[in-house]
Write a protein that binds this ligand. Structure first.
Ligand SMILES: *Cc1c(COP(=O)(O)O)cnc(C)c1O
Ligand SMILES: [Zn+2]
Length: 423
């Protein structure tokens, strides 16, 4: 993306060997402009045929046009719901708030949309071992897709704070799991070095084929809105793969004439893992890595590899960056969970980020906002239970739902239910 040097898609490469910069999958937009239209994708809605039954491969022309269908590794993923939530809209202060629930993917996070692209590329390249460093969801997804494709999956976990649901998934799906005595950022360096040495394919979001899959979160959302473009897209930012993919998707949709304007992107970070936010405060001139700490483990990343692509996405879309505290994240999560759809902590950044940007007057009350819920409520059950029993360090549960204890008698139960107030 920096020096313009080009590489063929059958080469094993993650960064430019000339300048060291990130790689972008380059589509032939001139040809696509004449060969596809909204109808191309609308006609595939509801099909049972693979690969177009996937919410990623429905948009194959925009993801990986020339890949052979029999190489595609798909569960299928995507086809997630776009919820119109008046209750949360009122809570954050806008008229229209949609929530795109990427926790409804096969392994419970948006990572599946990237993984179908990345594992498919591993098959294109004929590599049988795939690996990632992970805060959790990438490993769950890699383990599942590797197993489904009959490949060996290898995952490097950080030394602490792995959400149990994610760890359990990686083990259940049969990946080789290694708990490395390092944080995520160091693990990502290690996985790249080890993979290079042993000929393993790396499936972190530095892999451009993953981002092609993740672009479809935007495409599917806008298709679900009948191709009407919302005013804002709000997304949590960790390694910034999603933010980068969203920027590329929106840029390409506009360039292809599939949409007539771009929404603005708002990237929300936890204030304990906020290198992009800090950079934004300084005019996005450079990135200073930070030591990351947050209860939202999926975004506990101090040195985001996709920084330059995320900056590009912000420039393309007139985007903004905001930060939120763990307290705000967990209270927002309780509100989201309480509507019945739920999400994991990192996802709640999207909703509380909107609330904050409305308070600051950045997002207008009559604007249409789409928040991305990135992961499923069961990914981090500990966070749920500990919040509602008020046992999280430094966090006070403002919306607790206490678990009651009762003797096994009708009288005792009646007493509890008589005093239970709706919350
Ligand atoms: C990976 C992940 C994120 C962060 O996405 P990036 O692309 O790394 O910025 C946010 N939420 C959840 C649930 C995730 O799994
Ligand atoms: Zn280069």
């Amino acid at each position: 993306m920096d020096c313009g040097h080009q590489y063929p898609t059958d080469q094993i490469i993650y960064t430019c060997s000339v300048c060291g910069g990130l790689l972008d999958v380059q589509h032939d937009l001139d040809t696509l402009r004449t060969s596809i239209s909204r109808a191309t994708f609308d006609e595939r809605l509801g099909t049972l045929e693979r690969p177009y039954n996937s919410g990623v491969w429905r948009y194959k022309e925009l993801v990986y046009p020339d890949v052979a269908d029999d190489l595609i590794v798909s569960r299928p993923e995507g086809n997630t719901n776009l919820y119109d939530s008046p209750r949360l809209a009122a809570w954050v202060g806008v008229q229209k708030l949609y929530l795109k629930h990427e926790g409804e993917n096969p392994t419970g996070s948006f990572k599946d949309r990237g993984m179908t692209g990345g594992v498919t590329q591993a098959r294109v390249l004929g590599i049988n071992r795939v690996a990632c460093a992970s805060t959790g969801n990438t490993s769950a997804s890699l383990a599942a897709y590797a197993a489904w494709a009959g490949l060996d999956g290898i995952v490097f976990f950080q030394n602490k704070q792995i959400a149990l649901g994610k760890l359990a998934q990686a083990i259940a799906y049969g990946a080789t799991g290694i708990q490395v005595n390092a944080d995520f950022d160091r693990n990502l360096e290690l996985v790249r070095e080890v993979a290079e040495k042993l000929g393993i394919y790396v499936l972190n979001s530095i892999n451009p084929f993953r981002l092609e899959g993740q672009k479809t979160i935007m495409i599917e959302t806008i298709q679900q809105l009948r191709w009407r473009v919302p005013d804002w897209i709000v997304v949590p930012g960790g390694n910034l793969g999603n933010s980068s993919a969203f920027g590329k998707a929106l840029y390409e949709l506009k360039a292809l004439g599939l949409i007539d304007r771009l929404p603005r992107l708002a990237i929300i970070q936890a204030d304990g893992a906020n290198p992009l936010y800090r950079s934004y405060q300084n005019g996005l001139k450079s990135l200073e890595p930070v030591h990351a700490e947050t209860i939202a483990t999926a975004i506990k990343i101090g040195n985001p590899v996709n920084y330059r692509k995320a900056v590009r996405a912000l420039h393309w879309t007139g985007g903004v960056v905001e930060e939120v505290s763990d307290q705000e994240i967990m209270d927002a999560k309780a509100q989201i969970d309480r509507t019945g759809i739920g999400c994991e902590p990192a996802s709640a950044c999207s909703v509380v980020g909107v609330r904050k940007l409305v308070e600051k007057g950045v997002i207008g009350r009559n604007e249409t906002v789409v928040g991305i819920l990135t992961g499923h409520v069961l990914k981090d059950a500990d966070a749920v239970i500990n919040y509602h029993s008020n046992q999280l360090d430094g966090i006070e549960a403002h919306y607790p739902n206490h678990l009651h204890q009762s003797e096994a008698t009708v009288a005792a139960l009646s007493e509890i239910l008589a005093v239970r107030e709706p919350n």
